[in-house]
Design a protein around this ligand. Structure first.
Ligand SMILES: [Zn+2]
Length: 232
């Protein structure tokens, strides 16, 4: 698999034929997982050509990764910008899709979440565990009323179901799928499902399957492994 490298990771850029090219990039090496600087010397025959690529050695382990730059030929930006990908895909974690669109996920939670991902990506396992716990405390603070926020964490967890309706998302999810299914089952020219509705329904179906079949098993597995280390 390939992985998208966001433009904020571009350390240096150059401009060739009104096209912005990343000249070096700070990213994770797929081989040693260190965050390193890759120098990118593109093999350019003519621009715009639909795709350019190059290989670059990690400054740490010296192993080679391939970089692919696409999309700039069609870009309407000035200068034209494209998307940079690395192959193979480093085993780094990135923030969950859609998390920044949630208004409840406040700035403090965002910062703590990014810190947790960063320390995980550099292999600081103790710091990762500490920041995961801090995230849990932060999430509890966001959900629980003021007077309960100073209780011990275990007590706060007991309080959780009183302040957040844990069943509601599952029931709303199933109900939305049912309503969407009716759009297809009953012929009505005015209310036929289109691509947007169908895509949304497939997403909802995936969430429902994850919620009922995948998450419970993964949670049990995690709990067993953590409990076997006798952590209280
Ligand atoms: Zn490396």
């Amino acid at each position: 698999m390939i992985q998208l490298i966001p433009p904020k990771a571009f350390a240096q850029t150059s401009k060739v034929a009104n096209t912005l090219l990343p000249a070096s990039v700070d990213w994770y090496c797929p081989h040693c997982n260190r965050s390193v600087n890759f120098r990118l010397s593109w093999d350019i025959k003519s621009i715009p050509q639909p795709v350019i690529y190059c290989s670059s050695a990690c400054s740490g382990c010296r192993k080679i990764s391939v970089f692919i730059y696409v999309g700039f030929a069609d870009s309407v930006l000035n200068p034209r910008e494209g998307e940079l990908y690395i192959h193979p895909e480093p085993s780094t974690r990135t923030p969950l899709n859609g998390i920044y669109e949630s208004s409840k996920f406040n700035d403090g939670l965002k910062r703590a979440y990014e810190s947790a991902i960063n320390v995980y990506n550099v292999g600081e396992w103790t710091a990762t565990a500490v920041l995961n716990r801090r995230m849990l405390e932060g999430i509890m603070k966001e959900i629980l009323p003021l007077e309960k926020r100073n209780m011990p964490l275990a007590k706060q967890l007991e309080e959780l179901p009183k302040h957040i309706d844990l069943q509601k998302p599952l029931i709303t999810l199933a109900e939305s799928l049912r309503k969407g299914g009716n759009l297809g089952a009953h012929f009505d020219l005015e209310k036929a499902p289109d691509e947007n509705i169908s895509t949304l329904m497939m997403d909802l179906l995936d969430y429902l399957i994850e919620y009922i079949y995948i998450l419970p098993d993964r949670i049990d597995e995690l709990d067993e492994r953590v409990s076997s280390l006798s952590i209280r």
